[in-house]
Design a protein. Structure first.
Length: 483
């Protein structure tokens, strides 16, 4: 850069008074590299508002193009700034710190005036390349002021990312993350249930704090109850006990269940107990211990099944009836028949009277044809009466889904862990004709005012579905069909 040009750039940078003769007129014939030098200098010295003022006063101009009159003056100068940067070779990553600063700039500053236009620009960018904007936000938005833009672009992905940061992140403002999540709609239980499996006490406490924000949601209250009942950490229990309303809701949701129903639900949903909590329950709850003595359990560590065990006289024993010595970090769950390993296949042939439908429970495994189609067609064409359909829908835990288009086919869904098992159907007069069943990730579904919609939602590949979820979903569908 020549000495004269450098001098005039410095004068422009340092000048407070308007100087038209050395603004647009001067920069109309300067090289892009010279404009870039000034912009980078001001960016490096964090003179963000000063730079915005120079752009707004047209003291740094680009190719002279005009922007629509429909835009506000602030929006026009902001988009002019973007164009100048693009023409001068100043990258988006270089101007990102300035853009993310706009929302928290002084209220009467020019940079603050750009904030609305910055939001529109970031939203368009996030819809085009979510990952790129997320990366910039992670680097330049520690206060989580701009995650509303990411949420508008992809609600489910943004919630999942923020929950992961909340549970596992370091050196981040978890208070601000909870503040953001408290203002958006999502199914907290669906996101947190899988994250709680094999989680340490610190992670469980972070999850409990988020569940407390959603304590009036029945599914969140149910999960909060499960966490509280199985919890061995004093700090996690104390966190829940501080909120009397949440604790009351958790205890209320726990009241109606008897031991067989609780154990059946644990088997279907894959619920596990910490070893100490399970042993305490055996010792303190006679009904639970009696039901537990007639079914099979499994032990797991780090999410992997290790052994099949039974309970006798409130003691955990192996299949040879020897009392086992288990590590303190082991968890115990109700064995689902679809998960019985081949070495223990004899269990399926036992003729036992069980309080929980376990070894006699029908199981389903997808065929190669079903995997290829990512659907279960076994019920297609089955006709049942509208009255039977209505009563079975409720009994099997299905709910009729809303449709944005209002057009057939209709669908009913059963929630299993983090998935929806959906059976499609059509109605003619007093009869209902069933169609195929498919599975969807709940996190992928569209949610609006508490309702779930499947429009434009991808089907979950059966290859990515757990064997227990598939088996229970198809069993429920067949029971719905009366088969």
């Amino acid at each position: 850069m020549g000495t004269e040009t450098e001098t005039r750039l410095t004068e422009l940078y340092e000048s407070d008074a308007p100087a038209p003769a050395m603004a647009g007129e001067f920069f109309s014939h300067t090289a892009a590299a010279e404009r870039a030098a000034l912009i980078r200098r001001m960016l490096n010295e964090k003179e963000y508002d000063r730079l915005a003022e120079l752009i707004h006063a047209r003291r740094i101009v680009g190719d002279g193009r005009e922007y629509g009159a429909a835009l506000t003056a602030d929006a026009r100068s902001f988009y002019a700034f973007l164009q100048i940067c693009a023409d001068s070779g100043v990258s988006a990553s270089e101007i990102a710190p300035m853009l993310f600063r706009s929302k928290s700039a002084p209220p009467d500053s020019r940079l603050r005036g750009w904030a609305e236009a910055v939001g529109d620009y970031l939203l368009k960018a996030a819809r085009a390349d979510y990952g790129a904007v997320l990366e910039l936000a992670a680097a330049h938005d520690p206060r989580y002021e701009w995650y509303g833009v990411l949420y508008a672009a992809d609600p489910q992905k943004t919630v999942a990312i923020l929950i992961d940061k909340l549970l596992n992140g370091r050196n981040t403002s978890k208070t601000r993350i909870r503040g953001f999540l408290s203002g958006v709609r999502f199914d907290a239980a669906a996101y947190l249930r899988p994250a709680l499996k094999n989680a340490n006490a610190k992670t469980r406490e972070a999850a409990a704090r988020l569940l407390l924000l959603h304590k009036h949601d029945s599914r969140a209250a149910e999960l909060l109850r499960e966490v509280y009942d199985a919890e061995t950490s004093k700090s996690v229990r104390a966190c829940i006990e501080k909120d009397k309303a949440a604790l009351a809701a958790a205890k209320k949701s726990a009241a109606p269940k008897n031991a067989p129903d609780e154990l059946t639900e644990a088997m279907v949903l894959g619920v596990t107990w910490p070893l100490a909590a399970f042993q305490k329950r055996l010792a303190s709850d006679a009904d639970f211990a009696l039901a537990a003595s007639k079914i099979f359990f499994f032990t797991s560590k780090s999410g992997t099944m290790s052994d099949i065990v039974v309970v006798e006289n409130d003691k955990i024993r192996d299949l040879d009836n020897n009392e086992t010595s288990l590590a303190p970090d082991v968890r115990v769950g109700v064995l689902h028949p679809v998960d019985i390993p081949s070495r223990c296949d004899f269990i399926r042939r036992l003729n036992l009277d069980q309080p929980v439908e376990q070894i006699k429970r029908r199981i389903f495994v997808p065929t190669a044809v079903e995997r290829a189609a990512n659907a279960y067609p076994g019920l297609s064409g089955t006709v049942i009466s509208a009255a039977d359909f209505k009563s079975r829908i409720k009994k099997e835990g299905f709910k009729i889904l809303n449709r944005l288009s209002g057009k057939p086919p209709e669908a009913a869904a059963k929630f299993i862990n983090d998935f929806l098992c959906v059976i499609f159907f059509s109605r003619v007069s007093a009869a209902v004709t069933l169609k195929s069943a498919r599975f969807y990730r709940y996190a992928d579904c569209n949610k609006l005012n508490g309702a779930v919609y499947l429009e434009n939602v991808p089907v979950c590949p059966l290859s990515e579905l757990g064997s227990r979820v598939y088996s229970e979903g198809i069993l429920a569908c067949r029971r719905l069909a009366g088969i």
